[in-house]
Design a protein around this ligand. Structure first.
Ligand code: SAH
Ligand code: CA
Length: 228
């Protein structure tokens, strides 16, 4: 409850008054969609905006676009010649937000690929010239593939660049007792993804190629800075 009130305070005091108009419009448009919970929160958007600008990020990637709130945040933060390789299996979601992205004048920065992300990553990794070529990579798709994504994006992000893993607190379920409530079925996404997110968190903390910072913003974001 206290956390919820504090988040509301931050949103009302420091985030919504400064939220760029196109993002506000996209957030309101997405609110009525049945999967609106999938979008990053506006305070997380503000964090990404600040981070991208501090890093002078130019070449970025996003895995998991949905209606495009994090994508538009990124597009607005990048310089005019910045690039975002964006992937999602569902183009219909992207089409919902696209008119707002276009109206905001940043569509030219986006290279959207419809389909599963892994084959695209494999293709990128197979060409040496893509290694270390991304300043920032935001991973926000199927959580049970995060370990697979990590193996690939760690090659693609530059040394000193950042990978952001979203939902690393998975609706707070990571603190459930590990033996409590195993997945009830193959469709029990909350618990299947809970276990996948726990595996990710355990792996990231021992990966010597990165340093990490896990923040309780939104549903938890873990920033990983590539060291070597
Ligand atoms: N970053 C978005 C939210 C993404 S929600 C925002 O802030 O609004 C997760 C998205 O991942 C969904 O749109 C889903 O279609 C997509 N997704 C799921 N599995 C995927 C896969 N294997 N490859 C690419 N995208 C995938
Ligand atoms: Ca997310």
């Amino acid at each position: 409850m206290v956390c919820y009130l504090i988040t509301q305070y931050i949103l009302n005091t420091s985030v919504y008054p400064r939220e760029p108009h196109p993002l506000k419009e996209l957030r309101h448009l997405t609110e009525n969609h049945p999967r609106s919970y999938m979008a990053i929160s506006a305070d997380e958007g503000q964090l990404l905006n600040m981070l991208l600008k501090l890093m002078n990020a130019k070449n970025t990637m996003e895995i998991g676009v949905y209606t495009g709130y994090s994508l538009l945040t990124t597009a607005l933060a990048l310089p005019d010649d910045g690039k975002i390789l964006a992937m999602d299996i569902n183009r219909e979601y992207y089409d919902i937000g696209f008119p707002i992205i276009e109206k905001a004048g940043v569509a030219h920065k986006i290279d959207f690929r419809e389909g599963p992300a892994l084959p695209v990553l494999d293709q990128l990794v197979s060409d040496e010239k893509n290694h270390g070529s991304f300043d920032f990579i935001f991973v926000d798709a199927d959580k049970n593939n995060y370990l697979n994504y990590h193996k690939r994006v760690i090659e693609l992000v530059k040394v000193g660049g950042v990978i952001g893993y979203d939902n690393t607190l998975w609706y707070g379920t990571v603190v459930e007792s590990p033996n409590d409530e195993p997945p009830s079925s193959d469709d029990d996404i909350i618990r299947i993804f809970r276990d996948a997110v726990r595996e990710l968190n355990k792996m990231l903390v021992v990966d010597k190629r990165i340093e990490i910072c896990q923040l309780p913003v939104g549903d938890g974001i873990t920033l990983c800075r590539r060291l070597a």
